[in-house]
Design a protein around this ligand. Structure first.
Ligand SMILES: [Fe+2]
Ligand SMILES: [Fe+2]
Length: 160
């Protein structure tokens, strides 16, 4: 990134990058979690959930891209080795339920991922509000999206 862009960051750069890397890994794993659920889902309601999962999966990948751009601006690199994603992530990865028609379990697992992201991003927003306003805005953007995602799945869960 430009020198001035780096100079205005008052938080320790390695710490900002490490928080962004955690978010990056979480987004990638959420992207894969929703995508693989979409393709493996079966049963009468599969056609209801599949497009929502696919769309959300695409959004999570966009989130990863947004975070990667910020990591690179700060002089870092996104996770380059696929096998390191899990160890870097904060929220982890939950595979789709054994039973591909178990929508309740599927939705609860998605809610876990979204709630973990909401808690993490909300901490990050507090942390960087005054020390790195650009990173703050990235996290704030993501936070708004995850809050919406949670609402979507809570509504689905309530309808089961
Ligand atoms: Fe996300
Ligand atoms: Fe999400």
């Amino acid at each position: 990134m430009g020198r001035t862009g780096i100079e205005i960051v008052k938080a320790p750069l390695d710490e900002v990058i490490s928080d962004l890397l955690k978010a990056y890994a979480d987004e990638w794993l959420a992207h894969y979690q929703y995508w693989v659920a979409a393709v493996t889902l079966k049963g009468v309601d599969a056609d209801t959930y599949r497009p929502v999962l696919m769309e959300m999966s695409a959004h999570e990948l966009k989130h990863a891209e947004k975070i990667a751009k910020r990591i690179i601006q700060l002089g870092g690199k996104p996770v380059l080795q696929f096998e390191k994603l899990l160890a870097t992530s904060g929220c982890g990865y939950i595979p789709p339920p054994e039973d591909p028609t178990n929508y309740e379990q599927l939705i609860k697992d998605i809610l876990k991922a979204e709630q973990c992201a909401i808690k993490f991003y909300s901490r990050m927003v507090e942390k960087y509000r005054l020390t790195d306003v650009v990173t703050y805005e990235v996290f704030e953007d993501l936070l708004q999206d995850e809050v919406e995602d949670e609402q979507t799945w809570e509504d689905f869960l309530a309808k089961l």
